[in-house]
Write a protein that binds this ligand. Structure first.
Ligand code: ATP
Ligand code: MG
Length: 417
């Protein structure tokens, strides 16, 4: 295997149904970061469920395999990874800080100070800060200031969106990754990473919700004025759709999964009564005919319920009226035919399906799926970090530069977006 150059970036998405690894080479510049996709690896695994490790040995094995495949495809070795994090243990809240200004203009140090004050809040003992995203500054009570440096004023206030995670959940993910022989450069909130892969700058600016329909959870994140301002994880997702098919059609789990992916539909009116599907019978028996419309009905009902929960979450956030750019659907569930029609019906907003592509070159066909939103976003996040700081995240295993990477958690996203 060839030794790496220093412009590599590597990503790991530990999903509830499979683990995805991706390796790329950083291209572009800090304003327009890009990635040449070199390799991807995918390993079916249920060892991490909704962001929490259920089985350390299995999770370690899954990570090893996914990365082995990605490294083989890429022809390079990596040592440090950007790892996605999500799940119900992730919390988000807006915090407010205020400081007085003594000089005659606001300096960088004052902004850093007010950010620190805003982030210096008590979390519950078992949680820690993952990201702090400054939203808005107020100078002498005048709001709507994005960059106060150089302004005059005596009072500086900051609104900062804080994302926290359960410390033990992060520690266990890190342990599995290290046991597999890799290091975590940084944990990144999955929708934050995903937004870099699939949302346009206009969507992020105008207001938009990124809804990731995964296997174990449905993640909702709202972006406005270019920044993430709300996140929530709902515990109903693709796994519930599969269970409903198991019960509704009386088929084993594996067949339900296969039927869902091969013949499923999310919007019943799109399927005619005449369409048939093959349902498994007993051993040695030929398949029995079933109705695709019934399959669509089962999926429609459950996906409608999930999307209603998404709508409730958007309502609770108070941000629903500000979603000028509507909703973008990602994750495996976004592959279901008819999901856009259903989501438009339920949410009464413009809806489209996410597709990684912008900023990418190389093996783009391997990542052109809404399911690849998080790993691609992590690569772009890493590329942006590397281009902004001059350090590269996925240096070779034995390179001394490994030690220079940023700490795993607590990342200020001051100038990131
Ligand atoms: N073609 C398809 N049609 C419908 N559903 C699909 C299709 N492909 C995958 N899915 C569903 O998508 C889900 C998996 O999505 P995804 O890979 O985004 O989840 P995950 O990352 O493993 O889980 P999570 O993010 O919830 O931890 C599964 O429930 C799977 O059945
Ligand atoms: Mg996922």
């Amino acid at each position: 295997m060839t030794q790496t150059n220093q412009r590599l970036v590597a990503a790991l998405d530990l999903g509830s149904t499979r683990m995805l690894a991706a390796i790329g080479e950083v291209t572009g510049d800090p304003r327009n970061p890009g990635v040449r996709v070199l390799g991807v690896g995918s390993e079916r695994s249920t060892a991490v469920r909704r962001g929490v490790v259920r089985d350390i040995v299995e999770a370690t094995r899954g990570i090893e395999r996914a990365l082995k495949d990605a490294q083989l495809m890429a022809g390079v070795e990596v040592g440090t990874l950007y790892c996605g994090i999500a799940g119900e243990h992730v919390g988000g809240r807006l915090s407010h800080g205020v400081v007085s200004i003594t000089g005659n203009e606001i300096r960088t140090a004052d902004v850093a100070r007010v950010n620190e004050v805003a982030a210096n809040v008590a979390f519950s003992r078992d949680h820690e800060l993952l990201h702090a995203v400054p939203q808005d500054y107020l100078v002498d009570q005048q709001a709507g200031i994005t960059d106060p440096i150089g302004m005059s004023g005596s009072r500086l206030e900051a609104q900062v969106y804080l994302v926290t995670v359960l410390s033990s959940a992060v520690a266990n993910l890190q342990r599995c990754i290290e046991r597999a022989g890799f290091r975590v450069g940084e944990f990144v909130l999955e929708p934050l990473a995903g937004s870099l892969a699939v949302l346009t700058p206009d969507e992020r600016e105008l207001g938009c919700a990124l809804v990731e329909l995964g296997g174990g959870s449905t993640n909702v994140a709202v972006f406005q004025h270019g920044k993430i301002c709300h996140t929530a994880s709902l515990m109903f997702a693709g796994g519930h759709v599969t269970s409903d098919i198991v019960h509704g059609l009386q088929v084993p789990q594996q067949d339900a999964e296969r039927l869902k992916e091969a013949s499923g539909a999310a919007y019943e009116p799109l399927v005619s009564d005449a369409e048939t599907i093959d349902l498994p019978s007993g051993p040695g028996q030929p398949p029995r005919p079933g109705s695709r419309r019934v399959l669509a009905h089962i999926m429609h009902m459950r996906l409608q319920e999930i999307l209603e929960l998404v709508g409730d979450e958007l309502g609770r956030s108070g941000l629903r009226p500000r979603l000028g750019a509507g909703v973008v659907l990602s994750g495996g569930g976004a592959l279901t035919p008819g999901i856009v029609e259903l989501a438009r019906d339920v949410l009464a907003l413009p809806v489209r399906v996410a597709m990684p592509g912008p900023g990418l070159s190389g093996l783009t066909d391997r990542v052109a799926s809404p399911r690849m939103t998080v790993p691609v976003g992590l690569l772009l996040y890493g590329a942006k970090q590397a281009l902004q700081t001059g350090g590269f995240g996925a240096v070779a295993r034995r390179s001394p530069a490994v030690d220079k990477v940023i700490g795993p958690v607590k990342k200020w996203l001051q100038d990131f977006f």
